[in-house]
Design a protein around this ligand. Sequence first.
Ligand code: TYD
Length: 310
Amino acid sequence: MQNLEGLENRPNYAFVKLDITDSNAVALCFEEIKPDWIIHFAAESHVDRSILGPRAFVDTNIVGTFNLLESARQIWNGNFFEKVFHHISTDEVYGSLGAEGYFHETTAYDPSSPYSASKAASDHLVSAYFRTYGVPTKITNCSNNYGPRHFPEKLIPLMILNCLNRKPLPVYGKGENIRDWLYVDDHCDAIWEVATRGRVGETYNIGGASEIKNIDVVHAVIKVVSEETGCPIDRLESLINFVTDRPGHDLRYAIDFSKIKNELGWQPKETFESGLRKTVRWYLDNTSWVKSVQSGDYRNWMQVQYNQGQ
Ligand code: TYD
């Protein structure tokens, strides 16, 4: 709820807590609110968690998306004027790239992990609801997000907080895997452009134009944390710990985002350097947020995944 602070008094805001795997709860909520637009972000998103426990990914990402699509179809009942069902998805549905090339909207799906397989399945359901029932859907497949409020199970916030706490920095394999980093505000702008002006029934890829090897991401985090806190860089570098690789670890993701650029005029504003600096500063300035997300389940996760107390 801390992420939603400041919205409470807006007239167009309501918060409903429900489980999207509960079809009745979703149907009742949709009947009551009668949304014109549905922008569907709700998902289990962490690859490593999907390897340890895939069932929640199938339930939330596949069944949950199905429930939302069904309820949208029911309430709209064939009247699709000014309606949108926008599914937020991932470039991981396309599988892994080698050293060359990019993911295009037309790249065949080839997911590697239970997470990406569940997102691929949910993308297919969304497309099927457009083709079969005419539900006005849109899909965006983005690269790796980072920025404020990122849950510290993911690489960048985990490395920032472990640097601040002088804990080991676990790098999978040799750190040679490449991801394309997209600052969260750039992603939000892109979603807005697609939701408001994108073509119905289409998919748009969203990339950050920042392809970086994991080990170089870790060095970059160390440099910024050192500059912002005064901790000697050598001290932080000594925390790097190469650990067993992730099974089925995709080598490289890279996005061709020329479709959204050409059609809607969107491109990322943030460079990796500027976005990372903002991110590190946010974690330094928001210690109470950090503390609140590092309780309960988070501690268990760190123990199970890294054999590390938090
Ligand atoms: P992650 O943030 O989990 O995103 P994704 O798996 O969706 O790309 O991981 C980003 C990259 O960093 C990925 O190649 C795995 C790697 N990684 C580590 O090396 N150590 C870690 O502790 C984590 C969480 C990820």
